[in-house]
Write a protein that binds this ligand. Structure first.
Ligand code: IMP
Ligand code: MG
Length: 181
């Protein structure tokens, strides 16, 4: 295991920048093959922002031209445990009725965030709703939900980096890691 220091903390690298880039290339090929027409990508903020930025450019390289929107949902307060309740902090501006929506989030854990977002898009009349997550942590699932496109299966640990934070820190790291001390 590679260990690095960032922000005065030791971190163990779980998924390197190179591994992530390779996987994103594969996922964009899968998304292209799914042939979603009238595609609206909805980035679930905040944790997905770096993943979405890289995935979108890879989707472009694969020949896709999606519209892109953002929704900010919160199921976490400060700290590392889920509050159980999902709130819309900032909504999408586009009409989703009739669209093929691809939700993109950083992590699928309890599934509450993604289930909430999927139900919301479906209730607004999306034609289809698919989802893509960088990391799938199946260990703590509280709802019966799976993502259509998954980067990596992730062990049941609190991870940071590549957009994901611990109390708003570590988002800038180019890899996904676990804080050691
Ligand atoms: P869920 O609603 O329990 O599936 O939680 C998913 C959301 O919780 C993700 O979009 C993340 O923002 C956040 N989250 C879950 N696990 C982690 C983690 O290990 N590190 C950082 N954020 C996490
Ligand atoms: Mg999130």
């Amino acid at each position: 295991m590679t260990e690095l220091t960032a922000g005065g903390k030791r971190l163990e690298v779980l998924f390197s920048a190179e591994q992530i880039a390779e996987r994103i290339h594969e996922i964009s090929t899968q998304i292209k093959a799914a042939e979603m027409s009238n595609l609206l990508v909805v980035s679930v903020l905040k944790g997905s922002f770096i993943f979405v930025a890289d995935l979108l450019r890879s989707m472009h390289a694969a020949g896709l031209s999606p519209e892109v929107e953002f929704i900010s949902l919160s199921s976490y307060r400060e700290g590392t445990t889920s509050s159980g309740e999902v709130k819309i902090l900032r909504d999408v501006e586009s009409q989703v009725a009739g669209r093929d929506v691809l939700l993109i989030d950083d992590i699928l854990e309890s599934g509450r965030t993604l289930a909430f977002a999927k139900d919301l898009m479906a209730a607004r009349g999306a034609r289809t709703v698919k989802s893509c997550v960088l990391l799938d942590k199946p260990g703590k699932r509280a709802t019966d939900i799976h993502a259509d496109f998954v980067g990596f299966k992730c062990p049941d640990m609190f991870v940071v980096g590549y957009g994901m934070d611990m109390a708003h820190r570590f988002r800038e790291l180019p890899f996904v890691g676990v804080v050691k001390n």
